[in-house]
Ligand binder design. Structure first.
Ligand code: 5GP
Ligand code: MG
Ligand code: MG
Length: 177
C-alpha cells in the first residue's frame, strides 16, 4: 500500500540561522538608508516577518498579491497584479521578497511592474531558489538555499490549503509499504 511520509529539507533551526545571515547581509547593503520591503502574498509572509526582524535599519513593509496565468503553456506567462503596493516607492530602495523562485515568471512580472514606479534601486530576495525550473531571466540578488526540482511546503509555502504554518520546510513523499 502506498503511504506518504514528510521528509524535512530544512529544520526550524537551519532556517533561523540562514535568515539571520541574510538579515546581516541586507543590513550591510542598506546601511545608509531605509528600505521598502515588498512581500509577495501569500507564500512569503512568514519569511518576510522573520527577515525584517533581522534587519537593523528603518524598514517599511508593504505587500503585493499576484495571480499568474499561462504558467505551464508558455514561457511568456503573465502576472496579474491583484493587490498593488500602497507605498510611493519613487526614488526609494526597494527589496522584493518571495518564498521561492521557480519559473521566475512571478518575480519578473513584479519587477517589471515596480520598475515603472521609478524606485532608486530594486533588488530581489527569495528564501528558496529552484534554478532547474527557470523559464524566464530574472535577477536574484539574495537567496537562502538552492534546491532541486522538488515541490516543497511549510514555512509559508502551501501544500493545498495547508502547511504554511509549519516551522520547517519539507517534501511529501509517497512510499510503498
Ligand atoms: P514562479 O512564478 O517563479 O514559477 O513561481 C513562484 C511561485 O510559485 C511562488 O511564489 C510559490 O507561490 C509557487 N511555488 C513555486 N514552487 C513551489 C513549491 O515547491 N512549493 C509551493 N508550495 N509553492 C511553490
Ligand atoms: Mg502558492
Ligand atoms: Mg507565491
Amino acid at each position: 500500500m502506498a503511504q506518504t511520509r514528510d521528509r524535512i529539507l530544512f529544520s526550524r533551526e537551519q532556517i533561523q540561522q540562514r535568515v539571520a545571515e541574510l538579515g546581516k547581509q541586507l543590513s550591510a547593503e542598506y546601511k545608509d538608508g531605509e528600505v521598502v520591503v515588498v512581500s509577495l502574498l501569500r507564500g512569503s509572509f512568514i519569511f518576510t516577518a522573520d527577515l525584517v526582524r533581522e534587519m537593523d535599519m528603518p524598514v517599511n513593509v508593504d505587500f503585493m498579491t499576484t495571480s499568474s496565468y499561462g504558467h505551464d503553456e508558455t514561457s511568456s506567462g503573465r502576472v496579474e497584479i491583484v493587490h498593488d503596493v500602497r507605498t510611493d516607492i519613487e526614488g526609494k530602495d526597494v527589496l522584493v521578497v518571495d518564498d521561492i523562485l521557480d519559473t521566475g515568471i512571478t518575480m519578473r512580472g513584479v519587477v517589471e511592474h515596480l520598475k515603472q514606479k521609478n524606485p532608486r534601486t530594486l533588488k530581489t530576495c527569495t528564501f528558496l531558489d529552484k534554478p532547474s525550473r527557470r523559464k524566464v531571466d530574472v535577477q536574484l540578488d539574495y537567496t537562502g538555499y538552492t534546491i532541486e526540482d522538488l515541490f516543497v511546503a511549510g514555512y509559508g509555502l502551501n501544500l493545498g490549503d495547508y502547511a504554511r504554518n509549519l516551522p520547517y520546510i519539507f517534501v511529501r513523499e509517497t512510499v510503498e509499504e
